[in-house]
Design a protein around this ligand. Structure first.
Ligand code: NDP
Length: 293
C-alpha cells in the first residue's frame, strides 16, 4: 500500500484525507494551523510537525490549499528539498494553469511528477467519496496516483496536459457563479411579483431554466435560510477570476465570465472572508430590498 502525505486540511481537504485513511493507505497529514491537524489523531494518521516531514518518503503527496500560490509557497518553505525522485504530487487545489505549469516544470527537475486535480462535489461529495476529479498531466503520473484519487473521487477524468484540470474547474466555477446569481435575481424578482420561491422553484426545476443552483443549492440553503458555510465565496471569486484570465488569454469574447469574476469579487468584499458562496444571494436581496422567503 502506498504512503500518502496530505497537506491542507481545510473544509474539503479534511474529508478527502479521511477517505484516504479509511481506504487503508499509510497517511501523514500536515496543516499550517496545527489544531486542524490534531483532529486527525483518531484516524490513525501520523500528524507531521512540518510539511517537509509529512512528504519525506511518501509515494504520493496530495495538496489541497486555497490557491496555487499557496502551494508554491509551501514547496518553497522546505517541501521541495524533501521530495525524492519517483514521487507524484497531486494538487487538488482549484488552481491556476499558469502556476501549475510552472510547478510541474520545477518538480520535473527533481524527477517528481505533477498532476493538477481539482475536485467538484462539495464537502458532502468528499465525505462520501463521490467527487469529480479533473486531472491535468502525464498519463503515467495519473495512473501512479489513481488508487489514492479513487479514495475520494468517483468520476476521474484526464482532461489534458498539466493545467487542463485547473482550466476545466475554473470554467465550471464561472458557470456555478452565473447560475447562483441568475437564479437569485429571478427568485427575488418573482418574490416581488408575488410568486413564492417554492412555487418558482417547482416550475423552474421542471423547466429549462433549472441548474444545480435551482435544484439543490436554493432549496437546501436559501429557502431554509440555513446558508451553511461549506465553500467560501472568496474562493469562488478566485475561481471565477482564473476563468476570466483564461478566456482573456485565449482571446475569447467573454462578457459573462468577466462579469462572474466581478460579481463574486464584489460580493466577497461586501460579505467578508468567511461568507459561503451561496450567500452571494444576500447581496442581490440587499440591493432589491426583498428576501427570498
Ligand atoms: P479552506 O479555506 O477551508 O482551507 C484552506 C486550506 O489551505 C487550509 O488548510 C489552510 O490552512 C491552507 N492554506 C491556505 N493558505 C496556505 C498557505 N499559504 N500555506 C499553508 N497552508 C495554507 O478551503 P477549502 O478546503 O474549502 O478549499 C481548498 C481548495 O479546494 C480551494 O482551492 C477551493 O477552491 C477548493 N474547493 C473547495 C470546495 C469546498 O466545497 N469547500 C469544493 C471544491 C474545491 P489553515 O488551516 O492554516 O488556514
Amino acid at each position: 500500500m502506498q504512503t500518502v502525505a496530505f497537506l491542507g486540511l481545510g473544509a474539503i481537504g479534511a474529508p478527502m484525507a479521511r477517505r484516504i485513511a479509511a481506504a487503508g493507505f499509510t497517511l501523514r497529514v500536515w496543516n499550517r494551523t496545527h489544531e486542524r491537524a490534531a483532529a486527525f489523531a483518531k484516524t490513525g494518521a501520523t500528524i507531521a510537525p512540518s510539511a517537509a516531514d509529512a512528504v519525506r518518503d511518501a509515494d504520493v503527496v496530495v495538496t489541497c490549499l486555497s490557491t496555487s500560490a499557496d502551494v508554491e509557497q509551501v514547496l518553497d518553505d522546505g517541501v521541495l528539498e524533501a521530495l525524492r525522485a519517483g514521487m507524484v504530487l497531486v494538487d487538488c487545489t482549484s488552481g491556476d494553469p499558469v502556476t501549475s505549469r510552472r510547478l510541474a516544470g520545477r518538480l520535473a527537475a527533481w524527477d517528481v511528477g505533477f498532476v493538477d486535480a481539482p475536485v467538484s462535489g462539495g464537502v458532502k461529495g468528499a465525505e462520501e467519496g463521490t467527487l469529480t476529479v479533473m486531472c491535468g498531466g502525464d498519463e503515467q503520473h495519473i495512473e501512479r496516483a489513481r488508487p489514492v484519487i479513487e479514495a475520494f473521487g468517483k468520476k476521474i477524468v484526464h482532461c489534458g496536459p498539466v493545467g487542463a484540470g485547473d482550466a476545466v474547474k475554473a470554467m465550471n466555477q464561472a458557470l456555478l457563479a452565473l447560475t447562483i446569481w441568475g437564479t437569485g435575481e429571478a427568485l427575488v424578482a418573482l418574490a416581488k411579483s408575488g410568486v413564492s420561491p417554492e412555487t418558482a422553484l417547482e416550475v423552474l426545476n421542471a423547466s429549462s431554466g433549472r441548474s444545480n443552483a435551482s435544484m439543490n443549492l436554493f432549496p437546501e440553503r436559501v429557502l431554509t435560510r440555513a446558508f451553511p458555510r461549506t465553500f467560501r465565496l472568496s474562493l469562488l471569486a478566485k475561481d471565477a477570476r482564473i476563468a476570466a484570465d483564461i478566456t482573456r488569454a485565449e482571446r475569447v469574447p467573454s462578457p459573462l465570465t468577466q462579469l462572474a469574476a466581478e460579481l463574486c469579487t464584489m460580493a466577497a468584499r461586501e460579505l467578508g472572508d468567511e461568507a459561503d458562496h451561496v450567500e452571494a444571494v444576500k447581496v442581490i436581496e440587499r440591493w432589491a430590498g426583498t428576501e427570498i422567503r
